[in-house]
Design a protein around this ligand. Structure first.
Ligand SMILES: [Zn+2]
Length: 174
């Protein structure tokens, strides 16, 4: 999961929602992926999809039996479908996603025995840490958009005013 968390930070660095995934078989890391639908102009460029595609290319097989996928956020329906098509043995995810989670939060695609014959799911692994990375990203994005709105109105944002006046020595005459 630490490797998936590191991949999520690559997404953050690219300005994308920080979600990372790692695909392993036994002790071997086969592929990694990070979320970047904005930069790729691709709604399917979720971390899991990137890792699945790279792994399938690496082993030259569209099926990946015996592999485990670690991902920092609960997979969505699209990724759940791809995980089933690839016959992944096990999914381990971090934070739960109350908006699009397809492993129990919104729907549980893997609980349907007609759909899923191959994959077991373990959720909530390093849930707090994985969730904190997402929370800090969205908090930062809200702050940036507040500042942009304030700047558009020609105002100095409240945070910046506080910082200016609390700066030691800022009241000193030049
Ligand atoms: Zn997804």
């Amino acid at each position: 999961m630490a490797l998936a968390q590191a991949a999520a930070e690559e997404a953050r660095a690219a300005g994308e929602v920080p979600v990372g995934a790692v695909l392993v078989r036994g002790d071997e890391v086969i592929a990694k992926g990070f979320n970047h639908p904005i930069g790729a102009h691709d709604p399917s460029a979720h971390a899991e999809m990137i890792a699945l595609r790279a792994a399938a290319q690496a082993v030259e097989n569209y099926r990946l039996p015996g592999c485990e996928l670690y991902v920092t956020l609960e997979p969505c329906l699209m990724c759940a479908g791809a995980i089933m098509h690839a016959r992944i043995a096990r999914v381990v995810f971090g934070a739960r996603d109350p908006k699009t989670g397809a492993c129990g939060s919104v729907v549980d695609a893997f609980a349907n025995p007609q759909l899923n014959h191959h994959t077991t799911v373990t959720g909530g692994v390093l849930e707090t840490e994985c969730g904190a990375a997402l929370k800090s990203f969205f908090a930062e994005r809200r702050r940036a958009s507040r500042e942009a709105r304030a700047a558009a109105r020609g105002e100095v944002p409240a945070d910046a005013r506080v910082e200016t006046h609390s700066e030691p020595g800022s009241a000193e005459p030049l």
